[in-house]
Design a binder for this molecule. Structure first.
Ligand code: 3NM
Ligand code: MG
Length: 538
């Protein structure tokens, strides 16, 4: 018998006897898992006679006892009772939780599949004696669930569930993420899925195919266990430690970019392509405007490669997904510019989908894009006095910090003032304890002031080309260079160049040309101590 509070949810294996590779059995796969770090087992059989289910459950129970790991039965409360299993797991359409609890008694573990905050409200109302843990999903597309009733929620959906657990004070309820979890996304999921108050993260991950369908289930489990225990997610080949940028640190970023000549792959809108390529060249970097799916892996592997993904007009979704995967796989940085995020339902859906595919080094948007990404929508904004610039500044800084926190990225919000917040936490992640109480509003955040440059709005692609500048700076970093310094340096340079160009131009046509000249000049001079744009710790 297990004390419920001692159950380790970190690596939760759910069985499926329909996907066993040749030469393995259900029991051999489960034992391979248990031997190598599985901490909880659920038998899930959707299509089996009761007698066979009991027989199988008894076999698995023997192995679980040997490794001192609890056994949970999916859906079949009768089977769980018959074999005296340690608990059951039920879905939203299965037997109501209060009835399950009545049948099983207080000491058994009860798990519930949860996909949205309203379900959390329900379990919170029931109190601590009903649901012990929830399976939060479906996180990513999966072929394992034969009749999926839910569409994938992505890490942001899981964050909404964790936020609801905090909001309704369901402190007793443990959580595991489920659905399409594999080695390529597990660190990102644990790292990103933290309640916005920083007080809790997922207690574990639950999966089926990555172990059950593995030809070598031992090796598969060892790999998973390693990712769970590593606690450091190095998703870019540079330093993520917090630092406050200085003229010297930015000077150093520029020399690195200048020495390393990063290759900046642009997947961007048509209006931006030519100007973005020229901006990139002005910064001593090489642009490539490729949207060819079959070459993304090769491009990502070129030293100092960097990807700018701008969704103003879009390449085929499979190409975008392949590009994100390719750069993430080799720890090369991706800058994401969600153009017109939430302006239409289509753009909202497209950008949200892309955001679920990978880990971004930087997410850059204008005020309305960042406010929408932070879910500080218009209803919430109505309470803010628009005429008071001070209040706006506080709101924008807050939105930037929320985006940085939720996506564990460096978030940039552009406008008359620019805000940059670092939510990378040095790439560190932990199960259960979130970010140890460090919340979104505690993140390092800087504001860049340079007065407004209205003529910026009179040329095309000026915002998009800040994306090119950021992508170039972070791509050009040495492995010892600092990501936050690079992003802040890029914004400072761009704003200074904009101001300088606006004083030299005669209209929007020559502004275009002057902006490239100014970027070229400031980059090659490399004297950040003289730049007009200034930095304030927020
Ligand atoms: N429940 P795999 S997703 C059993 O969303 C199950 O509640 C889900 O399988 C839910 O790890 C899922 O192979 C299948 O993707 C997970
Ligand atoms: Mg069920």
């Amino acid at each position: 018998m297990f004390a419920k509070e001692d159950v380790n949810y970190s690596l939760y294996l759910v069985t499926d006897s329909t996907m066993l590779p040749p030469g393995t059995t259900l029991c051999s796969q489960v034992e391979a898992g248990l031997k190598n770090g599985v901490t909880l087992v659920q038998i899930r059989e959707k299509d089996i006679e009761t007698g066979n289910f009991i027989e199988e459950a008894l076999d698995v129970q023997k192995i679980c006892k040997k490794y001192n790991v609890p056994l949970i039965i999916n859906d079949r409360i009768d089977v769980a009772m018959a074999i005296d299993a340690d608990g059951v797991h039920v879905g939203q359409q299965d037997m109501p939780i209060p009835m399950v609890r009545k049948l099983l008694g207080p000491s058994k573990i009860i798990g519930w599949s949860v996909g949205k905050p309203s379900e959390v409200e329900t379990l919170a109302k029931w109190g601590p004696n009903m649901v012990d843990y929830i399976g939060v999903g479906t996180l990513f597309p999966t072929l394992t669930k034969k009749n999926p009733k839910k569409s994938p929620m992505g890490p942001q959906g899981a964050i909404a569930v964790l936020d609801a657990l905090e909001e309704y004070k369901a402190t007793w309820c443990r959580t595991v993420g489920i659905g399409g979890l594999h080695p390529d996304n597990i660190q990102r999921v644990i790292c990103q899925c933290v309640a916005t108050n920083g007080k809790r993260s997922l207690d574990g991950i639950s999966l089926v195919s990555d172990i059950m369908a593995a030809p070598d289930a031992c090796a598969a489990t060892v790999r998973l266990r390693g990712l769970l225990d590593r606690t450091k997610y190095r998703f870019v080949d540079c330093e993520l430690n917090e630092s406050f940028p200085t003229a010297d640190s930015i000077k150093s970023v520029i020399s690195q970019v200048s020495d390393n000549r990063p290759l900046v792959q642009h997947v961007t809108n048509k209006v931006h392509q030519n100007f973005g390529a020229n901006v990139t060249l002005a910064l001593g970097s090489s642009p490539i405007m490729s949207e060819i799916q079959s070459e993304v892996s090769e491009l990502a592997r070129i030293p100092n490669s960097s990807l700018l993904l701008n969704t103003g007009s879009v390449a085929p979704i499979e190409m975008l997904k392949a590009a994100i995967n390719a750069y993430n796989e080799v720890n090369r940085p991706i800058t994401f510019d969600p153009v017109g995020y939430s302006a239409t339902e289509t753009r909202l859906c497209l950008n949200d989908t892309l955001l679920t595919y990978g880990q971004f080094a930087c997410i850059k948007g204008n005020c309305s894009e960042i406010l929408s990404l932070a879910k500080l929508n218009k209803d919430k904004m109505r309470g803010v006095d628009a005429s008071s610039g001070k209040n706006d500044i506080a709101l924008l800084a807050r939105a930037t910090q929320i985006v940085a926190f939720k996506y564990k990225t460096i978030a940039v919000c552009t406008g008359e003032h620019d805000f940059i917040a670092d939510g990378t936490f040095g790439g560190e992640y932990k199960l259960s304890s979130g970010t140890s109480g460090v919340a979104a509003e505690d993140l390092p955040c800087v504001m860049i002031e340079n007065g407004s440059i209205p003529i910026m709005g009179d040329i095309t692609a000026s915002g998009c080309s800040l994306g090119s500048t950021i992508a170039s700076f972070i791509g050009g970093l040495d492995p010892t260079g600092n990501l936050f310094d690079a992003v802040v340096g890029a914004v400072l340079l761009y704003k200074t160049a904009g101001k300088l160009a606006s004083t030299r131009c005669q209209g929007s046509g020559s502004f275009h040309v002057q902006l490239i000249d100014a970027l070229y000049q400031l980059f090659h001079e490399n004297k950040p101590e003289k730049w007009s744009a200034s930095l304030k710790k927020f």
